[in-house]
Write a protein that binds this ligand. Structure first.
Ligand SMILES: NC(=O)c1ccc[n+]([C@@H]2O[C@H](COP(=O)([O-])OP(=O)(O)OC[C@H]3O[C@@H](n4cnc5c(N)ncnc54)[C@H](OP(=O)(O)O)[C@@H]3O)[C@@H](O)[C@H]2O)c1
Length: 231
């Protein structure tokens, strides 16, 4: 292994923004560990084939705690410069009064609880000057919510932000940088076809913002242009 190369682990890298992140870090010369679910072939497999051995694919359904533990064991010999949890879901724009309990539970477990379980489980693999990032959204900002809509998705990202603040307070002496990232509104399955940005227009800014905050410590909620997002 080449010790001068940096390593990123990207959770949820099969397609869209996660695949874009993996692609950008491979192009920047990093070693990348990307996770997918299931055994079907994804865009990440094509990237791995073209990466000259820089990209390793791991399997993780992040709502299964035992799969997180197993991934932690498989990665035990790695030192990560970046751990980034990208994966999340939406279940459509349903007013909270119409959201079934199982939908509420599914979205909250996927978007808020599971990323924190991944962060807690894999944090010790991240180098002391490294970065732990989680994909949030401006829709998780309570201060910016003047129009409503996407109630459950918004609430799940607000919960994620709050849990990251709890994490940051609990690990106040930690030298690692903690980031909540807003990638902008991006044309993906989750973002929909009417979104402002392509993955290629969002991701370089996301990565530039991550890299410019390396070593800065503390928790930061930032967008893909490096701007602070209000809580
Ligand atoms: N697109 C936007 O406009 C936008 C805006 C703000 C924030 N974001 C955030 O950016 C991130 C990526 O969004 P996207 O637009 O790229 O979404 P997407 O196209 O729906 O892709 C979601 C990714 O998450 C993975 N995933 C979902 N649930 C998972 C689970 N339980 N375990 C493991 N992996 C799981 C998916 O894997 P599979 O392929 O196996 O389903 C896929 O790789 C999300 O956190 C999203 O909330 C997106």
């Amino acid at each position: 292994m080449n010790d001068t190369r940096k390593t990123a682990a990207i959770i949820g890298a099969s397609r869209a923004l996660g695949l874009g992140l993996a692609t950008e870090y491979v192009h920047r010369g990093w070693d990348v560990i990307g996770t997918v679910r299931g055994s079907h072939r994804t865009g990440l497999h094509d990237l791995a084939d073209a990466s000259g051995g820089r990209l390793t694919i791991e399997s993780l359904e992040m709502t299964e705690p035992e799969q997180i533990s197993a991934l932690r064991d498989r990665l035990a010999r790695h030192t990560l410069d970046l751990l980034f949890v990208n994966a999340a879901i939406t279940r459509g724009d349903v007013p909270i009064s119409d959201v079934p309990t199982d939908m509420f539970t599914e979205v909250m477990i996927t978007n808020a609880l599971s990323p924190m379980r991944v962060v807690e489980s894999l944090r010790s693999l991240v180098t002391p000057t490294g970065t732990i990032g989680v994909m949030s959204s401006s829709q998780g900002s309570i201060a910016l919510n003047t129009r409503g809509g996407q109630d459950l998705y918004r609430a799940s990202k607000s919960a994620l932000n709050q849990l990251m603040r709890c994490y940051a307070a609990r690990h106040a002496e930690d030298t690692r940088t903690l980031l909540l990232m807003d990638p902008g509104w991006v044309r993906t399955e989750l973002g929909g076809p009417d979104a402002d940005l392509s993955v290629e227009e969002s991701i370089p800014g996301v990565v530039e913002t991550i890299e410019s905050h390396q070593g800065k410590r503390g928790l930061h909620f930032l967008d893909y242009e490096g701007q602070v997002v209000p809580w």
